[in-house]
Design a protein around this ligand. Structure first.
Ligand SMILES: [Zn+2]
Ligand SMILES: [Zn+2]
Length: 455
């Protein structure tokens, strides 16, 4: 570990990502303590604000400055639908949610990766580049556009995660995390870098980790001797427990405030300072907030085997300054909602996923091959059962120099769905036959519910 405790020598702990309940999270990433690599091209990491309990990486594998230039769209784009030949709505919604993140979408569209790609076999980043090229088109072309077939991704789902199959419903969150990990792995391999040969934290300065990753520091304090132990954690997303608590969070802001509020750990801990067994005070601070804030509402309770019907409200614009250790005090503390993955069904591995995404300032519902215009309030609506509850919400940090203030509600995009045909649930507005499945029928009734709400 590179960080020193503020009071006494820090306890040596591995960096384990903790959920709100203090349990290790499945998407945890360990920071490796290894020797520096001589082959890495280095960039200074001055952009990371100093924090007393957090030392930034020694250098970055890709310049943050060049990535941050991609956070403002340089072209007007909207998204086509994606064909779902099997049960791949978990994948389609994940791809659509990621392509609404300007930093990632433009990194892909400008082909920064494939210019230097040397992957021997199938490459996830080259596939995402092709999807970004074919899915994102000028808004005027959406009406006539056919949905894109994500076949190259479907065929290689097992390469992303060995447990994935196009024939079984999977977890959309697991797909996103596995895809990000795979794209970062491809980046490192392409440069001949072994993550085990990189210094602490530098392994998390790959393009995708810099776009989505953030760092938090958890401090445990002994009530007897005041000894403090600091644990740094790298996060690709922020899990918010909804199902396991007592529905205590009415809003996302309340959940974030609870995450950083000091409190008792709630279990026994052996203090290294006095060797006493105590219940220490726990405090988590967001030492380095992410550029792209991905929040997962953990709505599924595996113990009771049911989904929680309550869901916290979340805003179109999130002010992160109350929750980060060192706020900028300007527009960079504000995050704008860019995409939502909704789910209806009883567990992550059944039911149906679809995406709501903002393109060119307008909101769309991207439900496999269907593309519908929606309003911004549809994107933040609480779950009606028909609409499906929000499972993942993705926010993008406002770039420096962007207009500050709460984003006004934007008018809906021009209605792109073909009337009549849509109501029968037979044809996509972007061409291609919809599957006559129960899932599609459900989503059809959901779309009607949305239309009703607007009247
Ligand atoms: Zn590639
Ligand atoms: Zn102690």
């Amino acid at each position: 570990m590179t960080t020193a405790s503020t009071t006494k020598p820090r306890k040596k702990e591995r960096n384990v990502k903790l959920t709100d309940a203090g349990e290790p999270h499945k998407s945890l990433l360990l920071v490796r303590k290894t020797k520096p690599s001589s082959t890495a091209k280095t960039h200074r990491t001055k952009h990371i604000r100093p924090h007393p309990n957090f030392v930034p990486p020694e250098y970055a594998l890709i310049s943050h400055h060049s990535l941050s230039k991609l956070s403002t769209w340089s072209e007007s784009l909207a998204a086509k639908g994606l064909v779902n030949p099997y049960t791949t709505c978990f994948m389609n919604s994940g791809i659509q949610a990621l392509l609404a993140v300007p930093m990632l979408a433009q990194y892909l569209r400008k082909k920064y990766h494939s210019r230097a790609c040397s992957a021997a076999g199938w490459c996830p980043t080259c596939t995402m580049e092709k999807l970004a090229e074919h899915v994102l088109v000028p808004p005027g072309q959406i009406k006539k556009a056919k949905p894109v077939n994500p076949n190259a991704m479907v065929k290689n789902l097992r390469s992303i995660n060995k447990f994935f199959s196009p024939y079984d419903q999977q977890d959309a969150h697991e797909f996103i995390i596995s895809l990000i990990d795979k794209m970062d792995e491809t980046f490192l391999k392409g440069r001949g870098l072994d993550p085990k040969g990189l210094p602490d934290k530098v392994a998390h300065t790959t393009p995708l980790s810099q776009m989505f990753g953030g760092w938090s520091v958890q401090t445990l304090s002994c009530p007897l001797c005041r000894y403090e132990s600091h644990t740094e954690s790298f996060h690709l997303d922020t899990p918010i427990q909804v199902a396991l608590g007592k529905s205590k969070f009415g809003t996302l802001e309340e959940a974030l405030a609870s995450m950083v509020r000091p409190g008792k750990l709630g279990c026994e801990w052996t203090c290294e300072g006095c060797e006493g067994t105590v219940d220490p005070t726990k405090q988590v601070v967001i030492a380095h907030p992410p550029e792209t804030l991905m929040i997962t509402f953990q709505v599924y309770d595996p113990i009771k085997d049911r989904k929680c019907s309550k869901q916290p409200r979340y805003p179109l614009t999130l002010d992160m300054s109350p929750y980060v250790a060192e706020p900028y005090g300007d527009e960079r503390d504000r995050y704008d909602l860019v995409s939502v993955i909704r789910h209806h069904g009883h567990s992550q591995h059944s039911g149906h996923y679809y995406c709501q995404a903002k393109h060119d300032g307008k909101w769309y519902e991207l439900n496999d091959e269907f593309v519908d215009s929606i309003t911004a309030s549809d994107a933040t609506a609480l779950n009606g059962r028909a609409a499906g509850s929000a499972y993942i919400v993705i926010y993008m940090r406002r770039p420096k120099g962007a207009a500050s203030g709460i984003e006004p509600e934007v008018a809906p995009a021009p209605q792109v769905r073909t009337k009549g045909k849509a109501d029968k649930g037979k044809k996509s507005i972007v061409g291609g036959l919809a599957k006559a499945t129960m899932l599609k029928k459900k989503s059809g009734s959901k779309r009607q519910a949305i239309r009703k709400r607007r009247r």
